[in-house]
Design a binder for this molecule. Structure first.
Ligand code: BGC
Length: 418
């Protein structure tokens, strides 16, 4: 399926790049990514500076578009025309898919020297390694089951973080009555999918989440519990403003920062935007878990894979992988980005309270088997079913479909995609 897509794209492109496209400057590493928001760009600066210190120039290839859909499309086209970048940001199942086709370079030499095996949590390694070989370097651990709230609005209305979904609904009504938008949302499929991660977890807990979104079990997908997840999505739809369609995630975050809206359900890259605007945790904004998901950790890890491009590229690519996994880099990068380090040995000093909470929660969720991959960000199921579920979730959010019908659609979409 994946190979066919690449071949199909290649057929639509003019051939002829050939080997010349691969003969890049050996002292330059071209890095493709989708980190173009204010907070993301600042965090990226940490990686750029460190690579420079190692004697390599950074050639920046940003492809705007939160969630990375646009970047993945451009990558397919570049691979098809035999002109991939040296390194690219990748999520979840995309990594083993490219590795299976033989495109990715083996990072074992640097991974072994630096002892990555002992540093990275197993649920993340599951995507960084194929057949026991390292093929990607994880830089962060993001979490999707967060709510970001404007503290001034919460204080004014004497609200505290809701503990149950019903409390969230009650708080939203009070916020609306006071003239604020309860929920800042960007109507793009990946953002709706990001909310769905939390709704499924809240409705059924980590075992149900795994059964439905990781194992794709028909019974779980078609269950009453899944209907409850859609019921939550319907209630959330009622909390947004009329201008949500198409809005970028960082513009939604700005609405919370400026006090136009009270909350946003988003991964902790949103925290990078608060930080970039000079806002402080528990002073200007609050961070708390989506009600009903406390104790669970829905993760999304940014990794960088490098492409096989011949001997000349090897030193630059290995140096780049070392940059990504550098202990000091992971501390500085993640303090800006809003995430926490993929290395478990980075101390929590310098992280704000939301970051520290994430670090503690990750460790306990790991023990309790409550750390699960984000469906929205490609860590729960491969690309085929993921796209099918995206369509179901977005159609539901943007129509008047009933939860019972959405569940039926979900079951058939997943079965057809297998
Ligand atoms: C990435 C984050 C990024 C976010 C918004 C996610 O897919 O994992 O690193 O900040 O998209 O662009």
């Amino acid at each position: 399926m994946f190979k066919k897509q690449i071949i199909a794209i290649a057929a639509t492109l003019l051939a002829g790049h050939g080997a010349s496209a691969l003969a890049a400057d050996a002292k330059t590493v071209e890095v493709m990514h989708w980190w173009t928001s204010g907070g993301e760009a600042k965090a990226l600066g940490v990686l750029k500076d460190n690579l420079k210190e190692r004697g390599y120039a950074w050639k920046d290839s940003p492809i705007a578009g939160g969630g990375g859909e646009a970047a993945r499309t451009v990558l397919k086209a570049r691979v098809a025309s035999n002109n991939p970048p040296d390194a690219i940001q990748m999520l979840g199942f995309t990594i083993p898919e490219y590795a299976a086709e033989g495109y990715l370079a083996n990072l074992d030499p640097v991974a072994t020297k630096e002892g990555w095996d002992k540093l990275v949590p197993p649920p993340i390694q599951r995507f960084s390694k194929v057949d026991g070989h390292w093929i990607a370097a994880p830089v962060d651990v993001h979490r999707t089951n967060w709510i970001w709230a404007n503290k001034k609005i919460f204080d004014e209305l004497k609200l505290t973080p809701p503990k149950t979904f019903d409390e969230l609904v009650t708080a939203a009504a009070a916020i609306r009555k006071a003239g604020y938008i309860p929920l800042a949302h960007g109507g793009q499929p990946w953002q709706e999918a990001t909310i769905f991660d939390s709704a499924v977890m809240s409705a059924g807990g980590p075992k149900f989440y795994q059964q439905a979104l990781v194992k794709l079990d028909t019974g779980a997908l078609g269950s009453k519990t899944m209907e409850k997840a859609f019921d939550q999505m319907r209630a959330l739809r009622g909390m947004v403003d009329p201008n949500f369609p198409g809005r970028d995630w960082n513009l939604a975050t700005s609405m919370v920062i400026s006090g136009k809206a009270a909350m946003q359900i988003m991964g902790d890259w949103a925290k990078g935007e608060f930080a970039s605007a000079g806002k402080k945790a528990n002073v200007d904004y609050l961070c708390f878990q989506y009600p009903g998901t406390e104790g669970t950790f829905i993760f999304n890890t940014d990794q960088f894979a490098t492409f096989k491009k011949g001997e000349a590229s090897v030193p630059g690519e290995q140096a780049f992988a070392s940059t990504i996994m550098d202990k000091g880099v992971q501390a500085r990068f993640n303090q800006i980005k809003g995430s926490i380090p993929a290395r478990l040995d980075v101390p929590e000093d310098g992280f704000d309270e939301c970051g520290k909470k994430s670090m503690t929660d990750l460790r306990s969720a790991l023990k309790a088997d409550a750390m699960v991959g984000s469906f929205a960000h490609g860590h729960a199921m491969p690309d085929g079913p993921k796209t099918a579920v995206y369509d179901v979730v977005t159609h539901f959010f943007n129509s008047n479909q009933s939860s019972a019908d959405a569940v039926k659609a979900l079951v058939s979409a997943v079965n057809n995609s297998k």
